[in-house]
Write a protein that binds this ligand. Structure first.
Ligand SMILES: Nc1nc2c(ncn2[C@@H]2O[C@H](COP(=O)(O)OP(=O)(O)OP(=O)(O)O)[C@@H](O)[C@H]2O)c(=O)[nH]1
Ligand SMILES: [Mg+2]
Length: 409
């Protein structure tokens, strides 16, 4: 992942993808733009909440990010999201523009699969009642697999001929095929290592290809389920069924519509809502807030009882955190002054933050951020010199200062 991470949001029509995306991107606080000049129409900037380094050093009051924002040590770091249009069964063979939508997915590093657990929409997203959303989890994975498999099998004959003629390794041959998904040799090797007893590539039958593609998907597209619409009365039984059937999947319960509702009331001054938590203050708690009429008061009570107190939050921020965790992302702070953590001449600290994969070397971080310039030294907390191949981990080599070499004449 030698660029900024990209999280794809997938699911069938009407599962709540756009609502989820809006609730992750609508930033009402003063927010800096994201450092991208062109943003494609289906991309949006979301904000991932992390524990900011400023809290580690008691410098919360001086923390002023260049991008995103930081509130009392909780930092909201921009992260790119990709809204993939609704996929329907048969998408891999082109149904409902499925091919085009699946092509959009290529660039994603992780997926959030939004599942409508209310059972009020069928496989195509049409209104119904009592639909079993367990099916959606399986068919969506199958669509992605069949699409990747289809792309591979179309050319299988010539792939094998070239593989044998050039005496390439399976990793080399597959890397050439999976390059379009942004996969490098390391990722392909990791996928192959997940498939036991794999014969030489020229002997693979279609069952072998399926196993390989499944493994490739697991490493290329780690997926988090957003079990959405938990505010609906039928959601409970469907959630239990899904968790029972898929105990090892990463799943987060969400009510995206509730998140949007609370944010709207917060913007209008009726409530003070602490995002990602169960805390909603009203005029009863703070007279500075606008008073609520009975109807709104009742709706807030319901949201508290049915969502916030039961589940601890609307789940929307947590789903993005789960996707970042599936990718093993670590916030790395680059500073000009390693002793004060200031970014420029002003007093503000930790102005720049980037998300990189845990284990990325300090050298790679430098290249990612600084480009091809020659760096004389890299320092971390306490002014300690970091070795170029030191890995980044939370709390470890995650605050860095690059000293540029004087330009040689
Ligand atoms: N009850 C409930 N309804 C929701 C929730 N999230 C979304 N919805 C509703 O579900 C419907 C579809 O939501 P969208 O966000 O447009 O769904 P989508 O997945 O983007 O749909 P397509 O763009 O057609 O693929 C809308 O009527 C939303 O208001 C939720 O958390 N609870
Ligand atoms: Mg939509």
């Amino acid at each position: 992942m030698p660029r900024d991470p990209l999280i794809g949001i997938v699911g069938k029509p009407s599962s709540g993808k756009s609502t989820t995306l809006n609730s992750l991107t609508d930033a009402s606080a003063a927010v800096g733009a994201f450092p991208f000049t062109t943003i494609e129409p289906n991309r949006a900037t979301g904000y991932l909440q992390v524990d900011c380094a400023c809290a580690r050093f008691g410098k919360q009051s001086l923390c002023k990010p260049n991008y995103g924002w930081c509130e009392d040590g909780k930092r909201h770091v921009p992260i790119m999201l990709l809204d993939v249009a609704g996929l329907v069964p048969g998408a891999h063979s082109g149904r409902g523009l499925g091919n085009k939508f699946l092509d959009d997915l290529r660039q994603a590093d992780a997926l959030i699969h939004v599942v409508d657990v209310s059972g009020t929409t069928d496989a195509e997203g049409k209104a119904t009642r009592g639909y079993d959303p367990l099916q959606d989890i399986e068919w969506l994975q199958d669509e992605i697999r069949l699409w990747i498999e289809g792309n591979l099998l179309k050319r299988w004959g010539s792939i094998v001929r070239k593989h044998t003629a050039t005496r390439a390794s399976a990793v080399e041959t597959l890397q050439a095929q999976f390059g379009g998904y942004g996969a490098n040799a390391k990722l392909v090797a990791r996928a192959l290592s997940l498939v036991p007893d794999l014969p030489p590539l020229e002997q693979w039958d279609s069952a072998c290809v399926t196993r390989v593609v499944r493994a490739f998907m697991a490493v290329k597209f780690p997926t988090v389920l957003a079990l959405n619409k938990i505010d609906h009365p039928d959601a409970d039984k469907n959630v239990s069924k899904i968790l029972l059937r898929h105990p090892d999947t990463r799943a987060v319960l969400t009510s995206a519509i509730t998140e949007l509702f609370l944010r709207k009331l917060d913007r209008q001054g009726f409530v003070r809502y602490q995002r990602g938590t169960e805390f909603v203050d009203t005029a009863e708690d703070d007279p500075a807030l606008r008073p609520l009429d009975d109807k709104l008061q009742q709706r807030i009570e319901n949201v508290r009882d049915l969502i916030l107190y039961r589940f601890g939050s609307t789940g929307v921020m947590q789903v993005l955190q789960a996707a970042a965790a599936a990718l093993d992302l670590v916030p790395v702070y680059t500073v000009k002054n390693i002793h004060t953590f200031a970014g420029g001449s002003g007093p503000h600290v930790f102005r720049d933050c980037f998300l990189v994969k845990r284990g990325t070397s300090v050298r790679s971080v430098a290249r990612l951020i600084m480009g091809d310039v020659t760096i004389a030294a890299i320092e971390t907390v306490g002014g300690v010199r970091a070795a170029e191949d030191d890995p980044v981990a939370p709390g470890q080599n995650d605050i860095l200062s690059f000293k540029l070499a004087p330009r040689s004449l």
